[in-house]
Design a protein. Structure first.
Length: 81
């Protein structure tokens, strides 16, 4: 990926910030709340150690696990592995 213009740089920074800061945080929050409504014992687990609870929730079901992007033209991306 070759980012040459200032506009491209700003676009990539805005996309990354929105993706990680806004979407990831709200998705994580929703998953934690849903788990606590589904099983009241999760409230106890959260209160006991909130940071550990969030880490474990995200390990079990990570926030925003995929993204779809549209490239301006057909691009070949060989993958290893």
């Amino acid at each position: 990926l070759n980012i040459t213009s200032v506009d491209d740089q700003i676009t990539h920074i805005a996309d990354g910030t929105s993706f990680a800061g806004l979407l990831g945080t709200s998705d994580m929050t929703e998953k934690c709340i849903n788990q606590q409504f589904a099983d009241p014992f999760h409230v106890t687990l959260f209160r006991r150690d909130p940071q550990r609870y969030l880490y474990e929730t995200m390990r079990y079901d990570g926030a925003v696990t995929d993204i779809t992007s549209l490239l301006p033209k057909e691009t070949r991306m060989p993958l290893e592995g």
